[in-house]
Design a binder for this molecule. Structure first.
Ligand SMILES: [Zn+2]
Ligand SMILES: [Zn+2]
Length: 363
């Protein structure tokens, strides 16, 4: 049996639909799924437009849900502890880890020394189907899988294994006490999810910055109190306005999810004495920072970083959506869906920035 997939070979060249043999045998702990939906992440666009180097040829796509077609020996329970079987609709961690190496033993499976990430592994290597822009996907042993709760529609559940799980990690790492004021830098899917998480954790005033008006409209609807469009405002005035709204003290907590090193300088000037800062969006090498160390010392600042997440964060992400998705405009985040054959049009629409996410479905 064959499966079709969209293959990326080099920047500026359209993705090409190719056929691959489905694996005849599923190794222990692995699974084969029919893809139900994939969404196009900003990081996929970075690869397609040559802003990020990846091994090629590549089947992109790591935000995916699928239905189990076949299971390898030993894989009979999901991350919630319940049974899984053929036909179940599942999501999974964006990476497979060995469970034995230096980092796996230190509770950082996302930094496994033998890490395999979906949408980042060459399609020329068997079992050939490690990405979401395809009819089928092969899940490597060491992937944490989860049955998608029945109440969650595909478009809400699909991106949860990327943005939401990452910011669950971010907020857990830096901590939020009830009533604390928060600055969120970036109103892409990471930022929007953060607003919802902070709201449900009992945050006080939430300030959000971005450079795209449409994203800031979403931010307001997700519960941001005050939004600043940095494309139209003077950064010094934004710092002054936030300080002014917090009695002159500054915010308790700031989180960077915009990918701009300049944001760090701005956050350090916006935090109160004893404030905490979490950096989650600076994933481009060479993101050098200009920081006044004197301010970090005298102001007792805490600065931490995170990247990706532990499977436990995906568990929490799914539980969060199950409980709260209806309170927020989660069902509007995927603004358009396309068939796999229209992948290049889907990429163009995604790159236009018109929608928070574009989906691939109808295989
Ligand atoms: Zn993603
Ligand atoms: Zn490992």
């Amino acid at each position: 049996m064959k499966s079709r997939a969209a293959v990326f070979s080099e920047p500026a060249k359209p993705l090409a639909i190719e056929s691959f043999d489905l694996p005849e045998k599923i190794e222990p702990g692995a699974a084969l799924c029919k893809v139900q939906m994939s969404t196009i992440c900003g990081s996929d666009l970075h690869t397609i437009f040559g802003r990020r180097q990846e091994p090629t040829p590549l089947i992109l796509g790591h935000e995916i849900i699928g239905r189990i077609v076949a299971l390898g020996d030993g894989l009979d329970r999901d991350g919630f502890g319940g049974p899984v079987g053929v036909g179940d609709r599942i999501t999974w961690s964006i990476m497979a880890s060995c469970g034995k190496c230096f980092y796996c033993r230190r509770q950082l499976p996302q930094k496994c020394e033998h890490l395999r990430k979906y949408g980042h592994t060459r399609s020329t290597e068997p079992p050939h189907l490690p990405g979401g822009y395809a009819e089928h996907i092969y899940l490597f042993p060491g992937t944490a899988i989860f049955r998608v709760p029945d109440g969650l529609v595909d478009a809400v559940a699909t991106p949860a294994n990327c943005a939401l799980s990452t910011v669950v990690n971010a907020l857990e790492t830096i901590g939020l006490n009830r009533g604390e004021t928060v600055l969120i830098q970036g109103a892409g899917l990471l930022g929007l999810n953060l607003i919802a998480l902070c709201r449900e954790a009992g945050a006080g005033r939430i300030f959000v910055t971005d450079v795209v008006a449409r994203r800031l409209e979403f931010a307001s609807r997700f519960g941001a109190d005050t939004c600043f469009n940095l494309a139209e405002s003077d950064p010094d005035e934004v710092v002054a306005a936030i300080r002014g709204s917090t009695g002159g003290y500054g915010v308790d907590l700031a989180l960077e999810v915009c990918g701009s090193p300049d944001a760090v300088t701005q956050a350090v000037r916006t935090l109160r004495i004893g404030g905490r800062y979490l950096i989650a969006g600076l994933v481009t090498p060479g993101s050098d920072l200009t920081l006044d160390g004197n301010r970090i010392t005298r102001n007792y600042l805490t600065i931490k970083g995170i990247h990706n997440y532990h499977p436990d964060h995906l568990t929490a992400a799914l539980r969060f959506l199950e409980k709260h998705a209806r309170q927020y405009p989660y069902d509007e985040l995927v603004g358009a869906t396309f068939a796999l054959d229209d992948i290049n049009r889907a990429v163009q629409v995604a790159a236009s920035g018109e929608f928070i996410r574009v989906g691939i479905s109808d295989f």
